[in-house]
Design a binder for this molecule. Structure first.
Ligand code: ACO
Length: 138
């Protein structure tokens, strides 16, 4: 028997099982609203850079639902994206983070070894500064 986390294509089967076994039933809308996706990373390769600059990766956004935090999910997502960037010959990975974002800063700096490359004043729409961070890929 294989027990694993449900995928979106499992939902009709889960609903059929519920209908067969229990008097309390739920609409497909309810099943779809369940938090099956608990985190994501949006990352990309920057290929069209200035001549002197090598292709590198960029993390645009990463997020994990509150009740699934501190389980190593973000670290795993970051490492997977770094692996993929390295396989595309990225020299480094870059990202921006709010100066006040202690959790993310700790993830990038202390856990993954990123360094502050620059401080971009008023980078965010609300006026907060950003740390531009980088990690060299081997
Ligand atoms: N306080 C201090 N250190 C933390 C915290 C925290 N709240 N959260 C993570 N860390 C550090 C710790 O060193 C942790 O290791 P440990 O748990 O062994 O001590 C390490 O990061 C790895 O933590 P994960 O469990 O992998 O991180 P998690 O899955 O909880 O996700 C994240 C971290 C993405 C920052 C989460 O808190 C989140 O979704 N926050 C809201 C969205 C956000 O701020 N995203 C980043 C914006 S910047 C950008 O997207 C480029």
């Amino acid at each position: 028997m294989n027990i694993r986390r449900a995928r979106i294509e499992d939902l009709p089967g889960m609903q059929a099982c519920n209908l067969r076994n229990l008097p309390e039933n739920y609409s497909m809308k309810y099943f779809i609203s369940l938090p099956l996706i608990v985190g994501y990373i949006l990352a990309k390769m920057e290929e069209e850079t200035a001549e002197a600059e090598q292709p590198h990766g960029h993390v645009t956004s990463i997020s994990v639902l509150r009740s699934y935090r501190r389980l190593g999910i973000a670290k795993k997502l970051m490492l997977l994206s770094q692996e993929s960037m390295a396989s595309h010959r990225a020299s480094h990975v870059a990202l921006h983070v709010r100066k006040s974002n202690r959790a993310a800063l700790s993830l990038y700096r202390d856990t993954l070894g990123f360094e502050v490359h620059d401080i971009e004043q008023k980078y965010y729409a609300d006026g907060e500064d950003a740390y531009a961070m980088r990690l060299t890929l081997k």
